[in-house]
Design a protein around this ligand. Structure first.
Ligand code: HEM
Length: 407
């Protein structure tokens, strides 16, 4: 008989298993209690169960069974043809997967088409900032989110970070693309496929010989983890845009949040954990994101790969040194030092002194360019970074993995 573990209990008992498992595993992990109230969520109500012990009770057993039945190669081949939100699912998918995907692709009842349209406008207007923010603020932050860094490093995608980053960037691209959630958009497809990938990782990673010694948990990617990563994306982006004093009309800011609320829902996050406002998002992030950031050897390696991504494309303005300086500027000295990012003699002080006025001039808030040459450099940097972190992502197909990082 297999030993009793959280994993087996979950397989056997779904949500009930999760609660039982909580009582077994909790003492080993003396962490702060989850106190964020579901009254601040899009559901407005909920049981308040700590999401560190909630995974995806629908997708997890289903994908585990696809893997064990040997169906994944055929499913991946079929799903390669499923690209647009409005496209019917390909014929020939196993019936249980088809049923699940038909449900999972539905937008929630609270999805607001007008807000989603406005979010697209916001993304168009702010695409240049979003490129660099998703790529360097969110992307680099993910390397100091220990559980994410470990999961990414030891999963199949960890062995080919360029490919993995392109796939993740696809989500950033799709959520901001025109028609993101409309029938000819791709965000619903990307999110549902990602939900399947996450379920596969929950099944596979615990089997990796590397995982057990380093992991703080036996099953990765809990609902809490997803919200942590979620906060490294829209919450961090909005924090930075606000800090940079980029003027954003309240309706656009709410629309951007809405597009990510719908995104979280499609990734399988329960409505009771999805914040209903920026105030609630910030309060949840203060509880779940800010205190957990710390370096790991795996995260440092991932950050190094990420910083060197630009070099083959543009060894000048996207050099590791400049991407590093930008990271230091956005995430601060502590995180930059954790990631062993060297100081940049020219760009560090330049960003500190000239970025604020550059934004003000760019946004029409300051009439006179004070340092035109630096501004041109910054503009060029934004354009190249947007290209690197967003547009490169388009033709990539997200597939259910069958293995972990090779041993
Ligand atoms: C895969 C996005 C949360 C770990 C992916 C993929 C996307 C994605 C688009 C598919 C790319 C690929 O196949 O490589 C997101 C988003 C998240 C989120 C938007 C939250 C809002 C997390 C969290 C973890 C995680 C919290 C871990 C704690 C992984 C891993 C893979 C993956 C290990 C598979 C990599 C592979 O083996 O190919 N995610 N993710 N993700 N994600 Fe996430």
């Amino acid at each position: 008989m297999e030993p009793l573990s959280r994993r087996n209990m979950l397989r056997a008992g779904g949500a009930l298993g999760a609660i039982g498992a909580m009582s077994i595993a909790a003492p080993a992990q003396a962490q702060t209690l989850w106190t964020w109230s579901p009254t601040g969520s899009v559901a407005g109500t909920g049981a308040g169960v700590d999401p560190r012990w909630v995974w995806d009770e629908e997708a997890d057993p289903l994908v585990a069974s696809l893997i064990e039945r040997g169906d994944v190669p055929q499913v991946n081949a079929l799903l390669r043809t499923w690209k647009k939100n409005g496209q019917p699912l390909p014929a020939g998918l196993p019936a249980d997967l088809r049923d699940f995907m038909e449900r999972a692709r539905q937008l929630p009842s609270w999805a607001d088409p007008a807000k989603l349209d406005l979010a697209v406008k916001f993304n168009e207007k702010r695409g240049l900032y979003l490129g660099v923010l998703y790529g360097l603020a969110s992307g680099m932050m993910s390397t100091v989110i220990p559980k994410e860094a470990l999961a990414v490093y030891y999963s199949q995608g960890g062995a080919d970070m360029k490919d993995r980053i392109s796939k993740t960037a696809k989500l950033g691209y799709d959520i901001g693309a025109v028609n993101a959630y409309k029938p000819d958009g791709e965000m619903i497809v990307t999110a549902v496929k990602t939900r399947l990938v996450h379920a596969a990782v929950r099944h596979l990673l615990p089997q990796s010989p590397y995982w057990t010694p380093v992991a703080e948990e036996d099953i990765p990617i809990s609902q809490a983890d997803i919200m942590v990563t979620w906060h490294s994306l829209p919450t961090t982006v909005m924090r930075k845009l606000t800090e940079w004093k980029v003027p954003i009309p309240a309706a656009e800011s709410a629309a951007f949040l809405h597009s990510w609320q719908v995104g979280a829902y499609l990734l399988g996050v329960k409505e009771e954990y999805i914040p209903n406002s920026w105030a609630e998002a910030n309060s949840q992030a203060e509880q779940v994101l800010d205190p957990i950031l710390r370096p790991t050897p795996e995260g440092i390696k991932l950050a190094d790969i990420l910083l060197n991504l630009g070099a083959p494309i543009d060894a000048g303005i996207l050099s590791a040194g400049i991407l590093g300086a930008f990271t230091r500027f956005m995430l601060g000295d502590e995180i930059a030092n954790w990631l062993k990012i060297p100081r940049e003699l020219i760009w560090d002080p330049l960003l500190r002194t000239a970025w604020g006025p550059f934004i003000a001039v760019r946004e029409g808030l300051l009439p006179f360019p004070l340092a035109p040459k630096a501004y041109w450099l910054f503009d060029e940097f934004l354009r190249k970074a947007a290209l690197l972190f967003l547009s490169e992502a388009k033709p990539i197909s997200i597939e259910i993995p069958l293995t972990n990082r090779p041993t």
